[in-house]
Design a protein around this ligand. Sequence first.
Ligand SMILES: Cc1cc2nc3c(=O)[nH]c(=O)nc-3n(C[C@H](O)[C@H](O)[C@H](O)COP(=O)(O)O)c2cc1C
Length: 290
Amino acid sequence: MIRIVYVSVATKPFDDKELLQLLARCRASNTERLISGQLIYSDGTFMQVLEGPEKEVDATYARIKKDTRHTNVTLLERNTIDEKQFPDWSMGFKTLNREQLEGIQGYNYQFDEDVNGDNPFTSQLFVSELMKNVKNQYVADISREGAALHQADTSLIGYLNKLVNYTVLVLAALMAFVVLCGVAEIAAELYVMIKSTPYVLLSISGITSTFASFLAVLIAIDIFINISLYVRKHVIAVRLVVATALMAVARKIIVLEFADIQPMQIIAMAGLVAVLGFCYYYLSRLKEND
Ligand SMILES: Cc1cc2nc3c(=O)[nH]c(=O)nc-3n(C[C@H](O)[C@H](O)[C@H](O)COP(=O)(O)O)c2cc1C
């Protein structure tokens, strides 16, 4: 593997669109050739690092040198390397204006110490330091943005979780209220039946409707248990849900007026009870095996 670093001067200034087009072309071609690196454009000057298999990098550099969009292509470094400096970048890219360039750590030092003549970009040390700094700054920016995003993300999720928990608590309170109302209703029904003339303790139809009311309250209690299990342990007790559904269907069956319904409705209900019964049986077996 080799690394090549060169600088060049654009024949005419590149605008953003031209730079993006060039970059798209570089990335596609470099990915195919296992080449990675970085391209920096600063006020008409290109600096590029190319790393990868020797044959591919040399061939690419030969093509780049012939490109008429830039001139004064000056090779600053051509070294054999064991490890890539830009392994994950088919072509990292950054445009830098003079101010940003000066903001890059080490710019002044390199500029003062290593530059021959007026153009800092002819210094191999300066360019390779610049490349490293741009990369490090880029990586730091990305991880800072990533960390900020992550923090925003987790605090948002935290708020939403709290909101859901409060909602579940409100549901639990409402359910407890429904249970109490159901019990009061049953007590009132029984009281009216017992008091009503001709003082028969309970008629058959009265007993049936009282059963239905009991079952309705039991269903409400099951739902309440489900909600409180969710609040305390964040689990949904599937077996309990199936049992509640079974109870709801059974309640319907208890109050059915068989004279008023179609045979298909009875068959459908039988199917529903069979399926729910099987689910309950299966879940119970699973629990036993646990
Ligand atoms: C500053 C600059 C950097 C370039 N970098 C690459 C590069 O990394 N990889 C690449 O395949 N082509 C790069 N190119 C484009 C090549 O010069 C050339 O246009 C391209 O490889 C297509 O070559 P071809 O027309 O001979 O196939 C670059 C061109 C310029 C001006």
